[in-house]
Design a binder for this molecule. Structure first.
Ligand code: IPE
Ligand code: IPE
Ligand code: MG
Length: 254
């Protein structure tokens, strides 16, 4: 069994949780408000999720904030989301740093305005040596982009004579995929009721458990997060083995 696919720890809690934060627009529409007010309300849930992830002792929490396809939305919604992103970075980074949280942005940041890129770099630099939870915010992220950029880096190594094409392995590609240095994603949560990945982490979800909830993101608080964790704990992860093999392995570890 490869090292990345071992049952994670004795407590059977996830180490790395990823969340597709969906349903902000519908939350607002249900209240007769503009979609952007749903995005604003969603920031509260982001804070709650980070606090809960921290309390839970997660190694990493990865939140999907803006997909590479979200540029297709009306211009005013995209610009409202960008402004919100900048405002939240400005107001939250010190608090994150104070709480020993390391902030990382995953995604193609080259598409962002230069001042946003600077803010991102500053926030990452400030929190780089923190040893608590790693909080990854996926912004202009696409799972296909992620795999493509990793393939491009390997191709450059081959072209430069540092690597032979026949030596390309899963491990080599994995090294260049976002979050390679972190624990694998154990649990993917999607709020808002849709049951799809929407081009979020593709490579990284190979053995993740999926949990879908109809709760809209602005309503997703500690109780809803706890239910997702409880569902995860009750599942048996087999990683290609039989159930009996996994139970034997766990009995040996206990
Ligand atoms: C998710 O909520 C947030 C982003 C994609 C930025 P949506 O805006 O997709 O909300 P719904 O799905 O329209 O309700
Ligand atoms: C996925 O949600 C992206 C984020 C939550 C940031 P979408 O609402 O954009 O996904 P689709 O369009 O329903 O697949
Ligand atoms: Mg949506």
């Amino acid at each position: 069994m490869p090292a990345t696919a071992a049952p994670n720890n004795d407590a059977r809690l996830p180490r790395h949780v990823a969340i597709i934060m969906d349903g902000n627009g519908r939350w607002a529409e249900q209240r007769g408000k503009f979609r952007v007010s749903g995005h604003k309300a969603g920031v509260k849930s982001v804070r709650a999720a980070v606090t809960f992830g921290y309390k839970l002792g997660l190694d990493a929490l990865t939140l999907f904030a803006f997909s590479s396809e979200n540029w297709r939305r009306p211009e005013e919604e995209v610009s409202a989301l960008m402004s919100l992103f900048i405002a939240v970075l400005g107001s939250e980074v010190r608090k994150l740093h104070h709480n020993n949280i390391r902030l990382r942005i995953i995604g193609d940041r080259s598409a962002f305005a230069p001042h946003l890129q600077r803010k991102i770099n500053d926030a990452e630099r400030l929190t780089a040596n923190n040893t608590g939870l790693t909080l990854n915010i996926a912004a202009n992220y696409g799972g296909r982009w992620d795999i493509t950029q990793a393939a491009r880096l390997l191709a450059e190594q081959v072209a430069g004579g540092e690597l032979k094409a026949e030596d390309i392995t899963e491990e080599q590609l994995d090294k260049h995929i976002q979050m390679a240095e972190l624990a694998p994603v154990d649990l993917l949560i999607r709020t808002g009721g849709e049951q799809r990945i929407s081009n979020f982490l593709l490579w990284q979800l190979a053995y993740a458990e999926f949990y879908f909830t109809p709760v809209l993101w602005p309503d997703f608080g500690e109780d809803a997060f706890s239910e997702a964790i409880a569902a995860f704990v009750s599942r048996e992860r087999r990683f290609g083995c039989t159930g009996a093999q996994i139970r034997e392995l766990l009995a040996q570890k206990a």
